[in-house]
Design a protein around this ligand. Structure first.
Ligand code: BTN
Length: 330
């Protein structure tokens, strides 16, 4: 099933109503700012209501939002970003299968570096290791960032760590919660996962064409599905209050911009340092390492410049993990 991206006129209409939220906006004003005929405004209002935006009509005067919608439409987000390339182009979907799938297609079609695909809901959200990603409508942030760095495919792990660091900074600065990073890039609050990152790339013969950083954040979920409850949580569950997804998304894009330039200007060591400062898993943590073949216990001993996790087994021998999954041994 293919779902289209949000029409520019819908985006514009939300922007006009949000920016004038305290007043009743006359139909002709909405029409001129959207670039549509005054007689069609009611049809657009109905369309917006169908997408879940609550709008009150005032006979003879105009329209007003009943409450400010927390939707991640480009005009609301871009107005708050600086000149940076990340988020200069935002493709918004009310509903799509997977923002990573859309972003990979756009990347193959040549879409610009820094483009972000974001959705209110995913019908087939994808996680690491072939898992699915629970993507409840309007509760989380489901976003994929297309980057075209002039780096080799071997730099993919460090870009993944970079995304983890940026997201950790954004979530902890907006919410004040203590957010941990479990290697490589699961974000945890009180030991349970609030965010996962799926990195995919298109490359050939040692050349990276594009990398897609797919970031899923559980923001305002009231509760997680029973089968995920022991492993996953949301910012709302942990803080007992809801959060503006718009505010978190803006903070995330700004942090991605900052961390990406830190990587380009200072190199991977700067990202590894920030990752190690933000993660209790960087060293001295007893972990279980799970691979397709076996499970083993070890202690973490730092992250190397390529993003690999060094671990020391109880018999003294050391190894650098480049992929896979770890869990804390309690
Ligand atoms: C993980 O398994 O921890 C990674 C989860 C990544 C989920 C995000 S949501 C936005 C993007 N689109 C997807 O289909 N997956 C990623």
């Amino acid at each position: 099933m293919v779902f289209g991206s949000t029409e520019r006129k819908i985006d514009k209409m939300i922007y006009v109503l949000v920016k004038n939220a305290t007043v009743v906006v006359p139909g002709p004003k909405i029409a001129s700012q959207m670039g549509v005929s005054p007689s069609s405004v009611f049809r657009w209002v109905k369309k917006l209501r169908g997408l879940g935006v609550e709008i009150k009509g005032h006979v003879g005067t105009g329209y007003q939002l009943s409450k400010i919608p927390d939707v991640l439409v480009p005009s609301l987000i871009k107005a708050e970003l600086g000149e940076g390339e990340i988020g200069h182009n935002i493709v918004h979907h009310f509903r799509t299968e997977s923002t990573n799938t859309v972003a990979m297609i756009l990347a193959q079609q040549g879409t610009a570096h820094g483009t972000v695909v974001v959705a209110e809901e995913q019908t087939a959200g994808r996680g690491r290791l072939g898992r699915t990603w629970y993507s409840e409508k309007s509760s989380g942030i489901y976003a994929s960032v297309i980057l075209r760095p002039t780096l080799s495919p071997a730099a993919a792990p460090i870009l993944t760590l970079m995304a983890g660091v940026a997201t950790q900074h954004a979530l902890s600065s907006v919410t004040g919660l203590s957010v941990d990073i479990r290697w490589p890039n699961d974000l945890l609050v009180n030991g349970r996962k609030v965010c996962g990152i799926l990195t995919e790339m298109s490359a050939e013969l040692g050349r990276l064409h594009a990398i897609v950083l797919g970031i899923g954040i559980n923001v305002n979920h009231d509760e997680m599905p029973a089968e995920l409850r022991s492993l996953a949580t949301s910012l709302r569950i942990e803080s007992r209050r809801s959060w503006s997804r718009v505010q978190i998304f803006i903070a995330l894009l700004k942090e991605l911009q900052r961390c990406y330039h830190l990587l380009l200007e200072k190199g991977s060591a700067a990202i590894v340092d920030q990752w190690a400062a933000a993660s209790s898993f960087a060293s001295g943590k007893r972990i279980r390492i799970v691979t397709a073949e076996a499970e083993s216990i070890a202690t973490t001993a730092g992250v190397d410049r390529g993003g690999a996790l060094r671990v020391r087994y109880d018999d003294g021998h050391q190894e650098a993990l480049v992929a896979g999954e770890i869990a804390e041994v309690k």
